[in-house]
Design a protein around this ligand. Structure first.
Ligand code: ARG
Length: 457
């Protein structure tokens, strides 16, 4: 059976299990639109340099466009016996336009073709993902402005540390995602280079014009070395790495939302439409989106290790191992896109319970550092101030009250440097307002930071 494209030197077709094991069309059919776009650019270039006539190019391009239409309409039968997306389309082209279809692969290999397809596909996904990350960042900036005055406990070691504003907390997430945007843009720049023209590995004997193909396909440059062009997948690893950081940020964020939505915290609530219930406990409303984003981070991080491991043993140039890059790349793109999009939809609808947040900050002596700073301003060395406040806190714990509830005489028993104005620094509002510098949690600074962030969107 030499119905295989490469069947000439073979005396029998592949064993059924081999065919099933080696086929990729069941997943790489997803690249069809980009494969066709690349093929049309290649054919146009072949006509420009005189390998095809203009009439041959016109018929080839029309045939490819028609196949693209049929694929879009769901009216195309993929044949696993033809291995992959490339040979399915080429075989169909030859059926449709006749022997001319057999000229399309001149000066090209599936090795540079697949590398080109993935880069074109990934570029589109990167652009879509960047837009969604920006939408999520805008939602966080809105929320930060809305809650610039809302006081909540800031935590270290999950213990109440110092009061912060809810807006300040949201802008921390925004800042992480802003770096993710930068990373995605940097990845895009390295994805957007043309491998086509490398052919199988060494280049081609035809007088190809790679610059023309690059320009037509919107690539910034051509990849210089043909062996490198067909074999490395570092661009995909960089994409998955940037995606893993996006997911890791969302996963930390998810962990907080899950905690905050627990009745034990009660800081926030999400609309019912972003939650699910329990089949047994009628009262339950679970933050499953957040939990699943946290869970799906595992598969993205896993794919990063898969791709690194896929590359590490490969000698130059192309090896079939690289076919294993597709499913991880697709799954990462789908997972990170769905996660970011859901968060971007959900965040504008978060309800923040300001009173509960404030009450949580009131517990745990969140303004103890403010009292120490107050003593320093009155000439006490910081280490001594730390000790004095520590003793005050121990006393407050013993009598079961907050620092601000200790009367002046009691406080003065710990330090003669304390006077009546101490109560200004012991309030939560005074504490956050006093952190009034770039990057601080004062409401005025949060509003200014939100404005700066909006400017970068
Ligand atoms: N399906 C292959 C891949 O994903 C396409 C290139 C195949 N090249 C080859 N010589 N078999 O990498």
């Amino acid at each position: 059976d030499s119905h295989q494209t490469w069947g000439g030197r073979f005396s029998e077709g592949p064993d059924a299990r081999v065919a099933a094991f080696t086929e990729s069309v069941s997943f790489d059919a997803r690249l069809a639109a980009h494969d066709i776009r690349g093929s049309i650019a290649h054919a146009r270039m072949l006509a420009r340099v005189g390998v095809l006539t203009d009439a041959e190019f016109d018929a080839t391009a029309a045939g490819l466009e028609a196949i693209g239409e049929r694929i879009r309409a769901g009216d195309f039968v993929w044949d696993p016996a033809l291995e992959d997306v490339h040979m399915n389309i080429e075989a169909r082209l030859t059926e449709d336009i006749g022997a001319l279809g057999k000229k399309l692969h001149t000066g090209r290999s599936r090795n540079d073709q697949i590398a080109t397809d993935i880069r074109l596909w990934l570029r589109d996904r990167l652009d879509a993902l960047s837009a969604e990350v920006a939408r999520l960042r805008a939602a966080l900036v809105d929320l930060a402005e809305r809650e610039a005055d809302t006081i909540m406990p800031g935590f270290t070691h999950m213990q109440v540390a110092q009061p912060v504003t809810f807006g300040h907390h949201m802008l921390a997430w925004q800042a992480m995602l802003a770096r993710d945007s930068e990373r995605l843009a940097e990845v895009r720049a390295r994805v957007n280079r043309l491998p086509l023209g490398a052919a199988a590995l060494a280049g081609t004997t035809f007088p190809i014009d790679r610059e023309m193909v690059a320009a037509e396909l919107g690539f910034d440059s051509v990849i210089d070395n043909s062996l490198d062009a067909v074999s490395d997948r570092d661009f995909a690893i960089e994409f998955v790495s940037a995606a893993a950081l996006v997911m890791t940020h969302l996963s930390r964020f998810s962990e907080e939302l899950v905690l905050w939505m627990s009745p034990a915290f009660g800081f926030v609530d999400l609309p019912d439409r972003y939650c699910t219930g329990s089949s047994i406990m009628p009262q339950k409303k679970n933050p499953d989106v957040a939990e699943l984003v946290r869970g799906k981070t595992a598969r993205v991080n896993g794919h990063l290790v898969s791709l690194l491991t896929l590359m590490k043993g490969q000698p130059l140039a192309y090896n079939r191992d690289n076919q294993e890059d597709k499913e991880p790349i697709f799954d990462v793109a789908d997972t990170v896109m769905a996660s970011v999009a859901l968060y971007a939809d959900m965040m504008p609808h978060v309800t923040v319970y300001a009173d509960t947040c404030r009450e949580a900050a009131r517990q745990g002596f969140a303004t103890a550092t403010d009292l120490a700073d107050y003593l320093v301003r009155r000439g006490v060395a910081f280490r001594d101030a730390h000790e004095i406040v520590g003793q005050s806190v121990q006393h407050a714990i013993r009598v079961g009250c907050d620092l601000a509830e200790l009367d002046l005489a009691t406080l003065q028993g710990f330090s003669e440097h304390i006077s009546a104005d101490v109560y200004e620094v012991l309030t939560l509002e005074g504490s956050v307002a006093a952190r009034d510098h770039i990057g601080g949690t004062a409401p005025a600074q949060v509003r200014a930071a939100a404005a700066r962030a909006r400017h970068t969107l």
